[in-house]
Design a protein around this ligand. Structure first.
Ligand code: FES
Length: 163
């Protein structure tokens, strides 16, 4: 599911006011906007392009080049399920499946209430802890289905009831 919330451009205006209106501040401005909106809305990219006098194509180029930027809304919690070899062998597909079915979204999607996003990612460099799920910037190791449910606030009792 992909839901785009209404965009409050005042936030971007406040961010832009913190920087001189020069092209060299593009990445810093985009970083602040990403943090504030949790993604880079089209309207914000257009505003930033105008204010910093950067061609819109270049702004999109930067916004799509860096993994830290997203053009679609992300949830408050971004669950990155490692699907690298070590994690795959130790059950990552099961965990990914559990999280997706509980939240009723697919990898790359965000829940309608903008609480969770799920991403299937390559090795996150913590193979000894496999399988790994990174929630925002915190790595959770040796994740099993029960632990995966806890990461999204589903208690084991509720899970048994099918809730
Ligand atoms: S394969 Fe998952 S952390 Fe390396």
């Amino acid at each position: 599911m992909s839901i785009k919330p209404a965009v409050d451009l005042k936030i971007a205006e406040q961010i832009l006011a913190r920087y001189p209106a020069e092209p060299r501040h593009l990445i810093s401005v985009l970083q602040d906007c990403q943090l504030a909106y949790r993604y880079l809305p089209r309207e914000v990219l257009e505003l930033v392009a105008r204010r910093l006098a950067v061609p819109i194509g270049k702004v999109y180029g930067v916004a799509t080049f860096y993994k830290a930027f997203s053009l679609t809304p992300r949830g408050e919690k971004v669950l990155r399920v490692c699907t690298g070899t070590a994690c795959h062998i130790r059950g990552a597909p099961l965990i990914l499946n559990e999280l997706c079915s509980r939240l009723r979204i697919k990898p790359g999607e965000t829940t309608g209430d903008l609480k969770y996003s799920i991403e299937a990612v390559n090795c996150v460099g913590a193979c000894a802890l496999a399988p790994v799920v990174v929630v925002n910037d915190v790595a959770n190791g040796q994740v099993n289905v029960t632990k995966a449910r806890r990461l999204i606030g589903v208690s084991t009792a509720a899970a048994k009831d099918g809730n």
